[in-house]
Every structure is written in structure tokens, then in C-alpha cells.
Design a protein. Structure first.
Length: 561
């Protein structure tokens, strides 16, 4: 991990002997949705710090709101954190593990006169908080005796009151300049079954009350969280100081923001619920599950997090940086294969009928140990429709009538005839090949300007391919008049049926990524594979085509000099 302001703080702590020179971090997700790329930054940071300082890393679920939490989310989070390579060993914890201890801590604060039971409802509490320029007003129940508060809190736990009837609040200062210190709520009544504790509890701790206690109980030394919790740190410290228990150091860093991306669990859930995407693991989603299904390698996400670093101030990262990190890894690791997305039939009229030969194809030119494979070649082939033009423009160097091109790993061919159907659509090309050019080079030294890919029609397998693009059309999806969903990209998904693939892909396994030569990187869809179907998702293009589009738009819209 590159040096940053957090490592500087830890180095100072170690130098001063604080925490006995130990480093113990945690990742504390709420199980109320799937993790996204922003969480990946926190996972990589917290687990990376533990590794760098030979410390410990915990995975802890902050399961304090049973109304929004599900076991599905717990399972997905465990899978995601493990997939990213973070190792919590045996230290998998839940806030619900500590509900009894938290309750006892609350009783301690009541006995110290630092907490009270309040009968105001949520709206009344909000109105009594005051403003930035005016102090709040004390609750009329703030002066209850310790004995009365203990009795009411016990009855709250026993389920004697309905939801929202009472809360337990810290007694701090209703005139405090920090709103979070104006008698915050510690417990609320929720008669709702918990995914782990079932109906054992009907009062649940708030995040502000629970978070520091969880860190303290687990012996966390450095509680690393995002900047929105900076104003909560005084409350984090106040609770621990009043209880006089182990006191971790909270440190805040800038959360991840990415162009063309929404990183709000609430908004991602809205996309799922309104069926604008096909679930949390839709490959267009910035969830870790979605990125994994799309084919993003875990190493690429870790490299991306390392490259962007850790900062104190919020900023927005170009999504192209993430995509380039993916290309960098896949360029080194993905096997090259040939696939034709929009097939056009080619008949090599001077090639022997019923003959098939096997040609050598390089698996990965970036990896000398990747070796070669055999690809079949026969009289009838498929090429991309876009690789032929009947009336080619000036800068078109691929196949047209009378022009010779190179077939990748195979021969030089020349188009001699175009076959059309009754509507005038081209359905077939007749070509000749030069038998002396096996491997693609002419012995007489003649040159061609283009090499195109192909598959043998007889041995090709068919599969659907999904071309995924960015989910939003604007760099800042929040920059809309009203509903953020109006910025959804209508071309974010294109499904092409019956694409033609070289036969080696018949043995492809789920999550395996390939480079379809000249087309991009594609991944075997795990969900379809589990259902017995072979389908591919485009992971990324070979280069950042969006950057080219944006530059072209800039050139067109720039004022003329």
C-alpha cells in the first residue's frame, strides 16, 4: 500500500507506543443491500492496513436494523469480501453478538445520569433539535429520575410499548454546535424479527450508539470509515469516554465517487425494485457481484483501489481508470479466441469440399507459457458483417470485391462475388484463397492492409452475447432535474443471439474471461452456465471508446477560432 495520511497516523501511534504498536482494523457493512465498488475501496484499505502492519482484520455485520436486513445480503457480502481477497480468518462477527453487552452499557449510562427515556416521537425530536444558529430545546422528559429511566428502559426491552412510543437518548447538550451531540437517540422500539436473534429483542441500538461499542469490544485499534462520519466522531468518542472502556481511534477518508455511476445503496435498490436492471448482480450495476459477473478480475479492482489512493477530500474518479485496470489484467491473463458477433457467411470456392484442416493460434502473446491451440478451417466460414463493404469508403481497408485480406492465422483471401437475397441484403460472399499463404503471409512478399477474424461454419458453436455499456448517459447521474433514473442509458444492454464462436469455447467455464480478437474482453455468464446455457457478457472493450466519443463531441461543440 502506498503511503498515505492514514499510514502516517498509524506510524505515529506505533512510534508513541499507542495500542501497544498493534493494528487491528475491520470492515463493518450493514446487511441491507449488496456491496458496491465503493465498499471495495474500504475493504482493500482496511484489510491492506492489517496486512501491511502484520495486524488483524475483522469482518463484522452491523445488523442493528431488522426492518431492512436479510440473510441474502449477509451471504452476498461474505462472498464478495472473500472474493476480493480479504482474510478475516475466524473473526466473523455481528453487532447482534453484542446486543446484551450494549444493553448493559446503556444501563450504565442511565445510572450515571447520562441517558434518559424520551416519549417524543421522531418528528418531535427533529423539531426540538434547533438549527445551525439556534440551540435545541430540552425534552420535557430529560429530567426523569434515574430510577424511572431504569424502569422504563426495562419495560421497553420487555415489549410493553408500541413502535415509536419511546426512545433512549443520551443526555449531552441540546445547545451543542454539533447536531449529533444534541441528545442523540441510542435505542428505538422495533417489534420486528431479526434475521439472527428472531424475536428476542424489540429494542435495537442506533448506529451511533452501537458502532463505537462494537469496535471497543473487538479491540479495534483504528476505526477507518468514510468522511460522512467525521461529524459523528465526537459522539463516538463521548460514548467511549463516558463508559471508560477501550477507546479506538476513528479515522475518516474520502469515499469513492465514479463518473457515470451511482453509489448509493438506496438508489441501487431502487433500480432493482423498479426492474431497470435485472437484480443486484446485473453486470451493469457497480455492485461487486455485478462486476464479478461481468468479468472484472478481483486483482483489477484491488489495483484500481491502490492506484486512486486514499485522500482526505472527496473527489470523482473517471470510470475509465477502473476499466483500464481491468484491461491491464485481462491483457496479461485472458486467452485469445475468435468469435463472430454478427456473422456473414463466406464460401472459399477454390477450397476442397469436405476438407478441414487445423491451424495453430496463439493463446496469449503476452504470456509465453500460454502456448497455442488448434482452430479448424474449412470451405465455409463466418466473418463479421462490418468487415465487408460492397462500396467501401476511402479509409476502409477490410474486405470488398477484388481486394485481398488476411484471415487471422489462416490464408489470404479475395472476394470475387456477392450473393444477395430478394430484398437486396447481402447473405453470402464467395472468395478465393491462396494456398501458398498458410499462416497469413505471402511467399512473394506482397502485403495486405487488413487482417480479419473468422470461425469455421461447420465447427462453430452458437451462443448469445450481451454487450454491456455504461448504465447512465451523464458523467454525474445526480445532475438531473428530479429523478436520477431519467439519466438511464437506453443502450446500456444489447443482446445478440446466435453469435458464432470457435469450438474451443464449448469447454468454457463460468467467470472465465477471454479476449475475442478485435472485439473486446468477454466473460462466461455464471448464472446462465448454472442453468445449462452458455452465454457471454462483454467485460470491457479493447480500448476506451467512450473517451473517443467524448473527444469527438468536444471537437464538434468547441467554439470556432
Amino acid at each position: 500500500m502506498k503511503p498515505n495520511f492514514i499510514t502516517e497516523i498509524i506510524d505515529e501511534h506505533n512510534k508513541a507506543g499507542r495500542f501497544s504498536q498493534k493494528v487491528h482494523t475491520r470492515f463493518p457493512p450493514e446487511p441491507n443491500g449488496y456491496l458496491h465498488i465503493g465498499h471495495a475501496k474500504s475493504i482493500c484499505l482496511n484489510s491492506g492496513l492489517a496486512c501491511q502492519y502484520n495486524g488483524k482484520f475483522n469482518l463484522r455485520f452491523d445488523d442493528t436494523n431488522p426492518c431492512k436486513e436479510e440473510q441474502e445480503y449477509v451471504d452476498s457480502i461474505i462472498e464478495d469480501v472473500r472474493w476480493l481477497g480479504a482474510d478475516w480468518q475466524e473473526r466473523l462477527f455481528y453487532a447482534s453478538d453484542y446486543f446484551e453487552q450494549m444493553y448493559e452499557y446503556a444501563v450504565m449510562l442511565i445510572k450515571k445520569g447520562k441517558a434518559y427515556v424520551c416519549d417524543l416521537n421522531a418528528e418531535q425530536i427533529r423539531q426540538s433539535r434547533g438549527t445551525l444558529t439556534t440551540p435545541g430545546k430540552d425534552s420535557p422528559f430529560r429530567s426523569r429520575s434515574i430510577e424511572e429511566n431504569l424502569d422504563l428502559f426495562t419495560r421497553m426491552r420487555n415489549g410493553e410499548f408500541p413502535d415509536g412510543a419511546k426512545t433512549l437518548r443520551a443526555k449531552i447538550d441540546m445547545a451543542h454546535p454539533n447536531f449529533n451531540m444534541r441528545d442523540p437517540v441510542m435505542y428505538r422500539i422495533l417489534h420486528s424479527d431479526h434475521h439472527r436473534t428472531k424475536d428476542a429483542w424489540c429494542i435495537y441500538p442506533t448506529y451511533d450508539w452501537a458502532h463505537g461499542l462494537e469496535d471497543s469490544i473487538e479491540g479495534i485499534t483504528h476505526s477507518v470509515c468514510t468522511l460522512e462520519f467525521e461529524n459523528h466522531r465526537p459522539l463516538y468518542d463521548w460514548f467511549l469516554e463516558q463508559l471508560e472502556i477501550f477507546h479506538p481511534q476513528q479515522i475518516e477518508f474520502a469515499r469513492l465517487n465514479i463518473t457515470y455511476t451511482v453509489l448509493s445503496k438506496r438508489k441501487l435498490l431502487e433500480l432493482v425494485q423498479t426492474k431497470l436492471v435485472n437484480g443486484w448482480d446485473d453486470p451493469r450495476m457497480p455492485t461487486i457481484a455485478g462486476l464479478r459477473r461481468r468479468g472484472f478480475p478481483a486483482q483489477a479492482i484491488r489495483d484500481f483501489c491502490e492506484e486512486i489512493g486514499v485522500a482526505k477530500f472527496n473527489s470523482t474518479i473517471e470510470v475509465s481508470i477502473l476499466e483500464e485496470a481491468v484491461r491491464t489484467i485481462l491483457n496479461k491473463t485472458a486467452q485469445r479466441v475468435m468469435a463472430v458477433l454478427r456473422p456473414l457467411k463466406v464460401v472459399i470456392v477454390n477450397y476442397p469440399q469436405n476438407q478441414t484442416e487445423e491451424l495453430d493460434a496463439v493463446n496469449n502473446p503476452e504470456d509465453k507459457n500460454a502456448g497455442t491451440r488448434k482452430v479448424p478451417f474449412s470451405r465455409e466460414l463466418y466473418i463479421e458483417k462490418d468487415d465487408f463493404r460492397e462500396n467501401p469508403p476511402k479509409e476502409f481497408f477490410r474486405l470488398c470485391v477484388g481486394r485481398e485480406v488476411r484471415l487471422r492465422y489462416a490464408y489470404l483471401i479475395t472476394c470475387v462475388k456477392v450473393i444477395k437475397d430478394a430484398s437486396g441484403e447481402i447473405t453470402e460472399l464467395h472468395c478465393t484463397y491462396d494456398p501458398a499463404t498458410r499462416g497469413g503471409d505471402a511467399p512473394d512478399g506482397r502485403k495486405v492492409k487488413s487482417t480479419i477474424h473468422w470461425v469455421s461454419a461447420q465447427q462453430a458453436i452458437s451462443a448469445p452475447i450481451r454487450l454491456y455499456d455504461r448504465l447512465f448517459t451523464k458523467a454525474n447521474p445526480e445532475d438531473t432535474q428530479g429523478d436520477f433514473k431519467t439519466g438511464i442509458n437506453p443502450q446500456s444492454l444489447e443482446i445478440i443471439q446466435s453469435c458464432k464462436l470457435e469450438p474451443s469455447l464449448g469447454a468454457a467455464q463460468p467467470h472465465t474471461c477471454y479476449q475475442f480478437e478485435r472485439l473486446g474482453y468477454f466473460c462466461v455468464d455464471a448464472k446462465d452456465f448454472a442453468a445449462g446455457t452458455l452465454a457471454f457478457n462483454r467485460t470491457v472493450t479493447l480500448r476506451d471508446t467512450w473517451a473517443k466519443i467524448e473527444k469527438a463531441i468536444e471537437r464538434k461543440t468547441a467554439p470556432k477560432k
